[in-house]
Design a binder for this molecule. Structure first.
Ligand SMILES: [Zn+2]
Ligand SMILES: [Zn+2]
Length: 361
């Protein structure tokens, strides 16, 4: 069912108590990280919970779709230690506003919005003041500090809600909110010169969106991934070459992005960079990086940089660009009740593209 048909007036069970506590009888189904453990041992549990409370600047959102990101897997497995017990993962949320806090002025009931990883910043620290809010010293993240979108309802502050372009379906829009935005920031951090060459290492949800932006902007893109299926997908999206990493790309790279969470790849990528080239590391989690040789890996002004979350400006720029190109989003739909299977399939590389949980309608 499309969101347009889900007007709140048709749903008498929807709470409309602006900013006030919602009755105990409004329950929701949610997946929680019971105890972080290897994904095959089922660390996620489906539970019944109370619909979350929301503050005066927040809205309650009925979740329609939620993307499944590698960060959710790291959280479930404990690589990323949950910051609250039984946290609900999920930070690529598309939903409709089901109730608004008293001070909400920018959003209305029935608006379709997105909730992303960066949930709140302090607005006061030196990083926030210099417009690097992604580096805020007291940030909150969706599905880590606060509950996320593997649930029937979620909440968000009105200032951190994204407007979702009407042309995009819930399923196609969800992965844009993390995989897409982070890939976009990684591309900007990789400092790709006009008409330059870009290496993409690892080809999952972020990479398949980032490659489309880079090619749209005139880059030649070389994709390195162990998966034959992913190599074929990269060629279809316009990659100039694909490889499994056993050989250097066919030309020196002006820029590279490492999406695979494997620090062992860093020295090899630094060797593939041209003089003045930049490697941006896109993941929130990365295994240790082996020692680098100054002469082979860094001299000639090669740079290695990390990518930390994103600013809201990155998100707005990316959603606008993705709509204009428009990017094709390769999604693998999963029923909400199969969230644990989606994470297992992600862990075992059983699909290419982006898994999305769809709510039962
Ligand atoms: Zn701050
Ligand atoms: Zn993510």
């Amino acid at each position: 069912m499309g969101y347009a048909q889900m007007a709140c007036s048709d749903r008498p069970e929807m709470p409309t108590l602006g900013g006030r506590r919602i009755g105990e009888d409004y329950g929701l189904r949610a997946w929680v990280v019971e105890k972080p453990a290897p994904i095959d041992s089922h660390p996620l549990k489906l539970v019944e919970k109370e619909v979350p409370h929301f503050g005066s600047h927040q809205v309650l959102v009925k979740v329609l779709a939620c993307g499944v990101c590698r960060t959710d897997l790291h959280l479930a497995e404990g690589d990323l230690v949950p910051r609250r017990p039984k946290v609900i993962p999920g930070h690529e949320i598309i939903g409709i506003v089901a109730a608004t806090g008293d001070a909400v002025s920018d959003l209305q009931l029935g608006d379709r919005i997105g909730i992303a990883w960066l949930r709140m910043t302090c607005g006061k620290c030196k990083y926030c003041r210099r417009r690097s809010e992604n580096l805020c010293s007291a940030p909150l993240f969706t599905g880590w500090d606060e509950d996320g979108g593997f649930a029937e309802y979620a909440t968000v502050d009105q200032d951190f809600a994204y407007r979702i372009p009407p042309k995009m379906s819930d399923e196609k829009a969800a992965p844009l909110l993390c995989s897409g935005i982070i890939g976009y920031r990684a591309l900007r951090r990789a400092n790709l010169p006009k008409g330059g060459s870009l290496g993409i290492y690892g080809f999952g949800a972020s990479a398949h969106l980032t490659i489309q932006i880079a090619i749209h902007e005139g880059a030649r893109v070389h994709v390195i991934t162990r998966s034959e299926e992913a190599r074929q997908a990269a060629l279809k999206l316009g990659a100039s070459s694909v490889g499994d990493g056993s050989q250097l790309p066919p030309e020196p790279l002006d820029s590279a992005i490492l999406f695979a969470p494997d620090g062992n790849l860093v020295p090899r990528i630094m060797e593939a960079l041209d003089r003045g080239g930049t490697l941006a590391i896109g993941g929130i989690y990365m295994s240790d990086i082996p020692s680098l040789s100054y002469d082979r890996h860094l001299f000639q002004e090669k740079e290695v940089r990390s990518v930390t979350a994103n600013t809201r400006k990155d998100g707005e720029e990316f959603l606008d660009l993705a709509t204009r190109i428009p990017v094709r989003v390769n999604t693998v739909p999963y029923n909400f009740s199969s969230a644990d299977r989606a994470l297992e399939d992600l862990a075992h590389h059983r699909f290419t593209g982006a898994a999305v949980l769809l709510m039962d309608s």
